[in-house]
Write a protein that binds this ligand. Structure first.
Ligand SMILES: [Zn+2]
Length: 159
């Protein structure tokens, strides 16, 4: 019996350094998720670091980092969840205009590896703004406040 196993020690050191993905940490995202808008394969989350008011995110339940990893069920459900989310945001923010976008990879600005689409309702146009997904922040409400508004809207329409 081998007592000393150096490769195992290296493995342990490696795995202990691996951080749990923020979007796979269910305890973490519980307060962000709109269960009503989420589907079987997709979750809808309030962005805690929003680009603008009403910023929601669509994330696959599986830890996927590229669109080419999505299976046919996930692809099929994506647009269902997107439409439902768009409709709800449209009612809350009284608009039909949206930014819907995806930053794929760190060089493209994704801070979390786990695939996440951003959806932002737009009530007005910001002139001379070509970098909507990079720097612009026009905030009038905190993410927690927005989550309350979203939940209230869902309760209102579905009871
Ligand atoms: Zn993940």
């Amino acid at each position: 019996m081998k007592i000393f196993e150096p490769s195992r020690a290296i493995y342990r050191k490696k795995t202990s350094r691996i951080k749990i993905c923020e979007f796979c940490n269910l305890k973490n995202i519980k307060k962000q998720e709109s269960k009503f808008l989420s589907g079987k394969y997709w979750r809808v989350l309030v962005n805690l670091y929003p680009y603008m008011d009403g910023n929601l995110m669509l994330i696959p339940k599986r830890h996927i980092i590229d669109t080419n990893e999505l299976n046919s069920d996930e692809k099929a459900e994506f647009f269902e969840v997107l439409e439902k989310t768009k409709n709800k945001l449209g009612k809350i923010f009284k608009t039909k205009d949206f930014n819907i976008g995806l930053n794929l990879g760190r060089n493209a600005g994704a801070s979390i590896e786990h695939l996440h689409w951003q959806i932002i309702p737009r009530k007005f146009k910001i002139e001379n703004a070509s970098n909507i997904f990079a720097d612009i922040q026009i905030m009038t409400m905190l993410p927690g406040e927005f989550k309350k508004i979203l939940d209230a809207e869902i309760n209102l329409r579905n009871n």
